[in-house]
Design a protein around this ligand. Structure first.
Ligand code: APR
Length: 239
């Protein structure tokens, strides 16, 4: 497999999707066994569903949160975190809500689609951290409105600060590595063409070809937990 010396690139973006966590046991969204093959997003992952039936929506997210809590970061998450510790120009932009990059030790992860580990008030943006407790129906301490999972659901706008931070990182990237995303969900998928037009060296890590594969000079068709340590080896003597 082609190997890339990360120190040759002053700015690097790892852009991740559900496939990076698949080998940790977190189901992807699309394809065989995917979440959207079991649930209809309009029933459990939209503002309209939450207004109509908050109990069902909360139960879906609590099931996911509990499952993710039982999963562990895999060698792909860990290799990315190890690189972040030794290379100041590495940014992680993720569409995932599972928190596994942070649990592997990555810092300042840009979460484009929110997090399973937070609830927020849609009025004030105030947040409740769920790292120690389950989802339940909660009211905003300021306005009393029901809080919702801090997840970008279908039809929701992407968080503006996260989107802008990701855009800045992508614009500067000399190396852009997309891992385990079908590149079907916008605007996140647009970062791939953005990186290409900004002149980055483009690497795709995915077990299958995707909608965006034509944008990549290097397509590594292997599971992320094998491909990431092999394609981005740490310098000799490093942990
Ligand atoms: N290693 C690498 N790639 C993998 C692996 C693996 N072990 N397993 C699966 N994949 C790839 C699949 O081939 C697929 O292209 O991961 C991709 C997963 O695609 P999706 O399920 O569509 O996940 P993602 O692209 O992250 O979805 C984007 O859609 O509904 C949502 O908001 C949700 O953030 C999510 C967004």
């Amino acid at each position: 497999m082609t190997a890339f010396a990360l120190h040759d690139y002053d700015r690097v973006v790892f852009f991740t999707g559900a496939g990076v966590s698949a080998e940790s046991g977190v189901p992807t969204y699309r394809g065989y066994g995917g979440i959207w093959a079991q649930y209809r997003p309009e029933d459990v992952a939209s503002e309209a569903a939450f207004q109509r039936d908050p109990e069902t929506v909360i139960a879906f997210h609590e099931t996911r949160r509990r499952h993710v809590a039982s999963c562990h970061p895999n060698p792909a998450h860990r290799q990315i975190a190890a690189w972040q510790r030794r290379h100041g120009g590495v940014t992680v932009v993720t569409q995932n809500t599972d928190g596994l990059h942070a649990r592997a030790g990555s810092e300042d992860v840009i979460e484009l689609h929110g997090s399973l580990w937070r609830m927020r008030c849609r009025q004030h943006g105030s947040m409740v951290d769920l790292s120690d407790g389950p989802y339940r129906q909660r009211q905003c301490p300021q306005c009393g409105q029901p809080m919702r999972p801090d997840i970008t659901w279908f039809g929701d706008p992407v968080d503006r600060d996260a989107f802008e931070a990701a855009g800045r990182a992508v614009q500067q990237a000399a190396l852009f590595v997309a891992i385990g995303t079908s590149a079907m969900v916008w605007p996140a998928a647009g970062f791939i063409e953005h990186a290409l037009h900004a002149g980055a060296t483009m690497v795709e890590v995915n077990t299958e070809a995707t909608e965006a594969s034509r944008c990549f000079a290097h397509c590594l068709r292997a599971p992320a937990s094998q491909a990431i340590p092999a394609a981005f080896p740490l310098p000799e003597g490093a942990d």
